[in-house]
Design a protein around this ligand. Sequence first.
Ligand code: AMP
Length: 571
Amino acid sequence: MKTPNLINYSDAYSKFDWQREQKNLDGLPNGGGLNIAHEAVDRHVLAGKGESLALRLIRKDLSREDFSYGKLKNLTSQFAHVLKNLELGEGERVFSLLGRVPELYIAALGSLKFKAVFCPLFSVFGPEPIFQRLSKGDAKVLITNSQFFEKKVKGLLDRLPTLKYILLTDSEEDLSDQVRSLPNLMRLSPADFEIQPTQPEDPALLHFTSGTTGMPKGALHVHQAVLTHYLTGKYVLDFSPGDVFWCTADPGWVTGTSYGIIAPLVNGVTTIVDEEEFDALRWYQILEKEKVTVWYTAPTAIRRLMRMDFIPKEKFDLSHLRLVLSVGEPLHAEAVIWGEKAFGVPILDNWWQTETGGIMIANYRSLPVKPGSMGKPLPGVVAAVAEIEGNEFRILDQIGNQGHLVLKKGFPSLFRGYLHEEERYQKCFRGDWYITGDLAKIDQDGYFWFIGRADDIIKTSGHMVGPFEVESTLMKHSSVAEAAVIGKPEPSIGELVKAFVVLKEGFDPNEEMRLELIGFARKTMGPAVAPKEIEFVTSLPKTKSGKILRRLLKARELGLPEGDLSTLEKD
Ligand code: AMP
């Protein structure tokens, strides 16, 4: 097993300096600054690594399409020229509505080369969520295919007056002055593009994140963020030359861009992309066949894998896998322990969000893993818990105190705004601190433990209960596959804890099972915190990135408006 890149966490943390770290990146020639695409692609070619495999795309039929760093440099340069020839301005927004196909990756990096702002959309979005994002994001260019254009975009054009061009990936002919053939435009473009000087604050990426109510928010990120991508690739994903990395997320979710594209390429390793959606056996085959060494996935997928009745490493050759990581939701202690049995390595949880642009709190190879904990802050990131009451803001220093998870400004990947929503953005800050909207506590060893989204906390009989705590307990019962917990108003106790439970195959959702689970939770957690109501369901509503939508369960339970459902995953 290779030595971890981060050998001594405390030492690295105490001595960390972002400016010094920046020296590990190249910068554009002649002091032109950090440009994400240059750091991810061109610099490796300039360093003589043009032949190395940058990106391997696994098509739906399991065939492969390979892109060396050299090939990627040429294609992304051509794409940058396409934007230039269309007379797009720097900072203007280029959107994609594509599955995980090569054009998505070429457009993302090519847009960054040109210094346009790139915004990838989930291809499964229907017309309305697409319209919301294109109009709020002032889209100038959209890359999509003929089918999506006909079905989802054409009918919106009247309402999108600023959308200048739609580039079709699969059309050999222009349909109009506005709807153009991307292959034709690419053919007319040279494979060499000089990236213009890039300032640290130049905008680079736009990611929409669902609000609890109302419209999605557009979080804006800058080119300097590449430093976080580089550093987390080095310390958390522990990249070394020769690594084969697979991040299962779609670029429509920030994870699929920061870690499905940027971090592995900046670190010069090979990144695998699977065009297909989740399929347990297919995934294991990919891990085996591609000899994946570092695998980054999400709790929702891990829970589905845990339900299968075999031990993966006994059925597949997973001997190359040396690191498995998870993000997006709390990773239950059971899953961490299962990982050890399933893959021979524990699953390392880490925490971050769209607004932070990159991993902020993580478990590292060189530190003992405490199952159920998110780990410790990345060197260069100051994290704390705070008490917030109206305008009062106080950092809590006592160990074990629960509070709002806050991060000190000063790391490069923190978002620079919610597009067109300055007030909403300002509300996220108190002085130098960014309020994440999550609750957490810190233990005596400096490990962070997730409590819940501040919005999801349940107040019952004078207790503050995080849904994760109750869900984790229920998951310990051998019959439970998944659980989601909400608070339901109940005048005598404030809120009553209600659990929605999906049972594993072979278990009956009957009264006896309901009582068994309530009894189990009461014994484990105490009667004040254990669920008083349990409802069996066959699935839980989730976002496209796999997060359980507790607020939707609550709205449905209480007959309230369901809010923004654009990221709801259809069963
Ligand atoms: P998003 O911006 O869609 O990626 O969502 C970010 C939110 O997901 C965070 O604010 C957390 O509420 C949740 N989240 C992400 N990673 C974790 C984790 N490791 N443990 C618990 N919650 C997480």
